[in-house]
Design a protein around this ligand. Sequence first.
Ligand SMILES: *[C@@H]1O[C@H](CO)[C@@H](O)[C@H](O)[C@H]1NC(C)=O
Ligand SMILES: *[C@@H]1O[C@H](CO)[C@@H](O)[C@H](O)[C@H]1NC(C)=O
Ligand SMILES: *[C@@H]1O[C@H](CO)[C@@H](O)[C@H](O)[C@H]1NC(C)=O
Ligand SMILES: *[C@@H]1O[C@H](CO)[C@@H](O)[C@H](O)[C@H]1NC(C)=O
Ligand SMILES: *[C@@H]1O[C@H](CO)[C@@H](O)[C@H](O)[C@H]1NC(C)=O
Ligand SMILES: *[C@@H]1O[C@H](CO)[C@@H](O)[C@H](O)[C@H]1NC(C)=O
Length: 297
Amino acid sequence: MHAKFLLPLVAAQAAWAQTLTDVLASQNHTLSTLIGLLQQQPDLVRTLGGLSDITVLAPSNEAFSKLLSDPAVAAAVQSTPSLVPALLTYHVLNGTFYASALTSLTAPAFVPTYLTNTDYSTVSGGQVVEVKAENGGVTILSGNGASARVQGTDFNFTGGTVHIIDSVLSIPPNLTVALTQGNLTSLAGAATKANLVQAVSDIQELTLFAPNNEAFAAVADVAAGLTIEQLTAVLGYHVISGSVVYSSDITNGTQAKTLQGSDVKLTIKDGSVFVNQAKVVKPDVLVKNGVVHVIDG
Ligand SMILES: *[C@@H]1O[C@H](CO)[C@@H](O)[C@H](O)[C@H]1NC(C)=O
Ligand SMILES: *[C@@H]1O[C@H](CO)[C@@H](O)[C@H](O)[C@H]1NC(C)=O
Ligand SMILES: *[C@@H]1O[C@H](CO)[C@@H](O)[C@H](O)[C@H]1NC(C)=O
Ligand SMILES: *[C@@H]1O[C@H](CO)[C@@H](O)[C@H](O)[C@H]1NC(C)=O
Ligand SMILES: *[C@@H]1O[C@H](CO)[C@@H](O)[C@H](O)[C@H]1NC(C)=O
Ligand SMILES: *[C@@H]1O[C@H](CO)[C@@H](O)[C@H](O)[C@H]1NC(C)=O
């Protein structure tokens, strides 16, 4: 008798006011690893429970086993207690984005997350993820081009919605690591020579137009003759300090003031973005303190 009476009530309540914890638990067959990680982070769970208007990107059990099978990652998780909470907050988007809004995107969107721990990101308003509608579904891009596919959508709760993703997102690395990952060795070498690596890494809101190795090779003779002051000025002309300009922010004819003092002009031709005469060959590489666009000149 009791059970019969209680069941419909419980079901009705669940439909009206599912908390984030309830919704995750309802998908325990896919999300038990995430649930286990959250159980070890009571402060974070309390914070998340108090938020509204959020979208949680919930990595599946398979996503976590892929990630944790990398011994370097497993070791980092053990040795750096702040890493798991930082990583989990990077999966919480500021805003409620139902699947319909994501699949109908006509251009990549850069969506702020709750990753605001300055050890991991100094981008104001929270580090971003890149969201793209692709092949009838949704792709989420994060650090070092890591790509996750949205698998299950619109598990709604009182504070927003949850989408299940097939890979764990990657917190964008610092500039030094990003230059190495991107094979931008000539730029890294020039910046080291001009003693600019630390200064540019310390900029809180950075946009860097990063010439690739071919671009440096093309001006090798001239570059070799530059004094340190000249090199500093040339490199400074590739840096915007104080604003993070994603490709979605660029409209044809945008001017931006560089660290060196002069403006660069951003134009759009045949679907490609140009910085003055140089073409952006790889846009939107996310870094701890902003964004890098790789250019060919
Ligand atoms: C969730 O799934 C895990 C792993 O399969 C299992 O150990 C646990 O008992 C499940 N929890 C609930 C509440 O069903
Ligand atoms: C979330 O976005 C809103 C504006 O849409 C902003 O007012 C708020 O400060 C943001 N929250 C965080 C934690 O950045
Ligand atoms: C969640 O809410 C959205 C927007 O109201 C709706 O489209 C979607 O169907 C809901 N999901 C479920 C499982 O009820
Ligand atoms: C960049 O990150 C790497 C790896 O986490 C670290 O070893 C290095 O010291 C950092 N560099 C700077 C300039 O912060
Ligand atoms: C890195 O740059 C060098 C020099 O330009 C080039 O030979 C090499 O193929 C590049 N590697 C990758 C992975 O892009
Ligand atoms: C952008 O502006 C330039 C002139 O500055 C023009 O040649 C070009 O066609 C414009 N691009 C678009 C996409 O409108």
